[in-house]
Design a binder for this molecule. Structure first.
Ligand code: GDD
Length: 376
């Protein structure tokens, strides 16, 4: 059986918690699922990594539950530890959680089930959703958390109730290609901002403050949070600019393509007349040559100007020319078929039918050539 779910557990000085949490996870595995726990330890002076390894060795039944310990050399931070764990994850589904019992392992099967059943990309365990709660935090910590959440939501335009949660599950594929900064504690926030078009669900849970050991969240983490939000804000602005640029490019390319098309009509007309009158050619031959000339001039202008493709390597250019001529023929057929249908079947007047058919053929030609002939 292949590993389906990987549970990433970052640890630093969690000797009092690690064995217990690994055991509780084992007691609450999703049914009939091969699960691996990945403990990412930053060389904890209290020997957390070794305790996790020894616990795994002591297990008799290892068929559905394995434990893999990543021993890092130095303390590099929570987000970077989680990322390291994700990189090593064998499962398609990854669950991220703390090692200090703040995040109840009893919820893991539900996180995984919701992820699978609702075909969602990310499922977040939320403290701030109706039915969620926090137990054991001081008023100061609650206020800091609320302010942080508000800044992230308003500043980055996030809809989720708890984008700072450290307890979540996701399909590993959704983070393919993302370049993480992995600053401080806020990996989920970065994931939500950078993974485009993902679906996110939240389920409520009660966060329990740790009974053993200490939180590692200090003033440094708060400053790192400010830095992380600022970087994500700038990232969002850059993305907006890029989207704008792409849509302007599309419109201006379409405009160029249609101007070239119009110029092609002129070339077609002039060349056909020239061949038939000056060279005394049979009008059918003259028309065929006129079409060939206009396809060629359209091709050169579209390649060089509309799509700004300056690569004139012979083989590539011949292939492009073939595709362009092919699509032009398809366009002509589309035009012909549409005119016939509009005039004959829908009894539309010929001039209106012609304009609609030319516009449709030109637009479909543009899309086909953009996608296949001059793809970037
Ligand atoms: N490897 C590694 N390296 N693990 C770390 C590091 C580190 O530098 N810093 C913290 N951890 C581990 C801890 O051992 C624990 O398992 C988990 O990360 C959470 O650390 P805590 O320091 O206990 O976090 P917290 O309880 O104060 O913060 C919780 O709430 C935040 C939201 O307010 C966590 O759930 C965070 O993940 C969450 O963002």
């Amino acid at each position: 059986m292949n590993t389906e779910v990987s549970i990433v557990i970052p640890t630093y000085n969690e000797s009092e918690n690690i064995k217990g949490i690994l055991h509780l996870i084992k007691e609450h595995l999703p049914k009939n699922t091969m699960v691996e726990a990945i403990v990412v330890d930053d060389n904890s002076p209290d020997g957390t990594g070794k305790i996790a390894e020894d616990y795994f060795k002591s297990l008799k039944e290892k068929t559905l539950y394995t434990i893999n310990v990543i021993n890092r050399k130095t303390k590099e931070g929570l987000s970077s530890a989680i990322l390291n764990g994700i990189e090593q994850a064998k499962g398609k589904i990854v669950v991220v959680m703390d090692s200090d019992f703040s995040h109840p392992p009893q919820l893991i099967p539900k996180l995984v089930e919701v992820l699978k059943q609702s075909k969602t990309d990310i499922v977040v365990a939320s403290r701030y959703l109706n039915g969620g709660n926090i137990q054991g935090w001081s008023l100061k910590r609650k206020i800091i958390s609320k302010i942080g959440t508000m800044i992230a939501k308003k500043g980055l335009g996030i809809n989720q109730s708890d984008p700072m949660s450290g307890f979540f599950a996701f399909n590993k594929d959704v983070i393919k290609g993302i370049n993480f900064d992995a600053i401080g504690y806020k990996l989920l926030l970065e994931m939500i901002v950078k993974a485009k078009g993902v679906s996110i669900k939240e389920i409520p849970y009660t966060f329990l403050d740790r009974q053993n050991g200490k939180s590692k969240l200090g003033i440094k983490t708060i400053l790192e949070f400010g830095h992380a939000v600022w970087k994500l804000y700038r990232h969002g602005k850059r993305e907006q600019k890029n989207e704008k640029r792409t849509s302007v490019k599309f419109v201006s390319k379409a405009a160029r393509f249609f101007s070239v098309g119009a110029s092609g009509l002129g070339v077609n007309y002039i060349m056909s007349i020239l061949f038939s009158s000056s060279l005394d050619m049979w009008y059918i031959h003259a028309t065929i040559l006129g079409i060939m000339f206009s396809i060629t001039s359209n091709f050169i202008l579209n390649k060089y100007w509309t799509f700004e493709d300056r690569d004139f390597a012979v083989k590539r250019t011949i292939v492009q020319y073939g595709k362009f001529a092919g699509f032009s023929s398809i366009g002509a057929l589309v035009q012909l078929g549409m005119v016939y249908y509009l005039v004959d079947e829908l009894t539309m007047s010929y001039p209106i039918a012609l304009v609609s058919a030319v516009a449709t053929a030109a637009f479909s030609n543009f899309i086909l050539n953009k996608k296949w002939t001059f793809k970037e």
